[in-house]
Design a protein around this ligand. Structure first.
Ligand code: PLP
Length: 429
């Protein structure tokens, strides 16, 4: 009786798979797995449980996942140069909650990036932090809105008994000032948490700043935005063992029991891909973001932070209020098979959240598909034709995108073949 419904679900998945390979995806929080990382999903591990740590589980039959988890942790630790690392949080928000629940008590004052300033909802009243305290204050920003005002922040920290700082954000163009704030935090016993959800892949690729090395107490992150792993979360730190034991309990049993083994497996593969190709990838991501920002600016778009070189991350922010606002522009682009999201800009009130002035662009996924600076110019031209000239460019977008189907920066055979110098190929044939 329900067979047809099942067929429809299967059909939707096929449609999604093929449609997404014909779209230019510029959502800043997404990425794609390599073929080999994706191929290990859907194994028997998708049925299994493994609470606790490798070798100390509460279930039998976990030897295989124990080896995978041990390897994933070992190689992620070397990537992030840290003593402690937990791969069990099933998302960035869960990692945040595992950590926030350990440090924030009722009445504590917590300082965060505001929503318009780019902060994530889990740092705010309606998210994870709000479960533990309602005393949430925002970092003051410099007039451009994309940087924390360090002098003003230090002044507040001298006067107000802030317990926890949460740096890192979702609209994230320039590194937050960890090394400027960390010394005072150490002196005052303020816990400095850095949420690297968006920029983990750039940190791992050593092309952003190094928040742990600069003095952050603990890092939380998603593993699937600029870091091109499966959809999960992590936390890592160099803190003392006795303090890490609290975080450990925050991850399990504090915020999850079973930790979704099916998605842990590709994360282990991604760790190796990162060790091999991470720096080249991060380098190209940042070059592409700068190239796209410049090309959009030259095409007459109001690209933000021009005076600072537009961006140091994977993101570009554009004020599109003169074109109908973020909602309208994101819809027009979607109709042309270019996918991104509207975004509040730092100068906007929260009430504008449903139709803000901005759009946020992320270049990391298209970089994975082998696009470079020249392709960023093509994308800027497509924006111009869709948005400034009102042309339908959907067919051109699809034709363009169909030329970029290989996931680079991976051990996939076709990616390796595409990377191989032509002279080597000729010698082998
Ligand atoms: C700064 C920041 N932290 C946390 C998260 C939440 O991550 P997840 O979607 O993995 O729960 C996001 C998501 O976009 C984010 O931007």
């Amino acid at each position: 009786m329900y067979e047809k419904n099942v067929e429809r679900i299967e059909e939707i998945v096929r449609e999604q798979n093929s449609w997404r390979m014909e779209t230019i995806n510029l959502i800043a929080s997404e990425n794609v797995l390599s073929r080999r990382a994706r191929a290990v999903m859907g194994s028997d591990f998708c049925h299994r449980y493994a609470e606790g740590h490798p070798g100390e589980r509460y279930y039998q039959g976990t030897e295989k996942i124990d080896e995978i988890e041990t390897r994933a942790k070992q190689h992620l630790k070397s990537l992030f140069n840290c003593r402690h690392l937990d791969v069990r949080p099933v998302s960035g928000t869960v990692a945040n909650d595992a950590v926030f629940s350990r440090y924030i008590r009722p009445g504590d004052i917590v300082m965060v990036n505001s929503t318009a300033g780019g902060g994530h909802i889990s740092h705010h009243k309606s998210g994870s932090v709000g479960k533990y305290t309602s005393n949430i204050i925002n970092f003051p920003l410099t007039p451009d809105g994309f940087h924390i005002d360090v002098a003003h922040t230090l002044d507040i920290l001298e006067r107000v008994p802030v317990k926890v700082l949460i740096l890192g954000k979702s609209l994230y163009l320039f590194p937050d000032p960890v090394k400027e704030l960390a010394p005072l935090c150490k002196e005052r016993g303020i816990i400095l948490i850095y949420d690297a959800a968006h920029v983990l892949g750039l940190i791992a690729g050593k092309r952003f700043h190094d928040p742990l090395g600069e003095g952050a107490h603990i890092i939380t992150a998603s593993t699937h935005k600029t870091f091109f792993g499966s959809q999960r979360g992590i936390a890592f730190s160099n803190m003392k063992d006795s303090e890490w034991a609290l975080i450990d309990k925050g991850a399990f049993p504090g915020s999850s029991s079973n930790h979704h083994l099916d998605t842990l497996v590709p994360l282990a593969i991604t760790a190796y891909e990162y060790l091999e190709f991470g720096e080249d990838y991060a380098d190209q991501v940042i070059r592409n973001a700068k190239a796209l920002a410049r090309a959009l600016y030259d095409a007459g778009f109001n690209v933000q932070a021009a005076q600072f070189g537009f961006t140091e991350s994977h993101q570009v922010a554009v004020d599109v209020s003169e074109l109908g606002g973020g909602d309208e522009v994101a819809r027009i682009l979607k109709d042309n098979h270019i996918i991104l999201n509207m975004n509040l800009l730092p100068h906007e009130p929260l009430e504008r959240v449903a139709n803000p002035a901005g759009i946020r662009i992320g270049v990391q996924e298209m970089t994975r598909f082998g696009m470079k600076e020249a392709e960023m110019k093509v994308i800027a031209e497509l924006f111009k034709k869709c948005l400034r000239q009102g042309k339908y460019m959907g067919d051109e977008v699809k034709d363009f995108r169909r030329q970029y189907q290989i996931v680079f920066y991976s051990f996939d055979e076709d990616a390796i073949a595409a990377r191989r110098p032509k002279a080597v190929e000729a010698a082998q044939s």
